[in-house]
Design a protein around this ligand. Sequence first.
Ligand code: HEC
Length: 99
Amino acid sequence: MQRHLSRTILLLMLAPAPAAFAAGSAAPPVAQGCLGCHGPAGRGAGAVPAIAGRDAGELRALLHAFRSGGRPATIMDRIMRGYGEAEIATMAEHFAGAR
Ligand code: HEC
């Protein structure tokens, strides 16, 4: 009984995540940390610029420029130093498709 119940609860907890990914609405894990500053779905918040719905190539170039220190920044240069090529590509694709 106890085991059956906890398995049911576990399934309920796991169920929504893959469904949300399939619909393309949820940010992939690597892009979750961006939302706190860039607002819900990356649409911008206060002084922090919007990154949703912009060209993927432009976003990738911006992220590379932050990472290399070629683009002046208050915080993005430090943030991007922690990410690799595949992660930058995933972020750029996600936010280009985000609304
Ligand atoms: C601590 C807050 C914070 C977090 C977290 C953050 N950003 Fe930013 N982002 C900023 C700020 C502030 C700027 C403006 C440049 C600067 O001062 O660093 C910016 C600028 C940008 C820009 C350039 C936009 C433009 O039009 O110039 C992009 C692209 C971007 N961020 C993407 C991301 C991505 C992708 C993530 C997730 C890895 C992320 N940011 C996480 C605060 C944040």
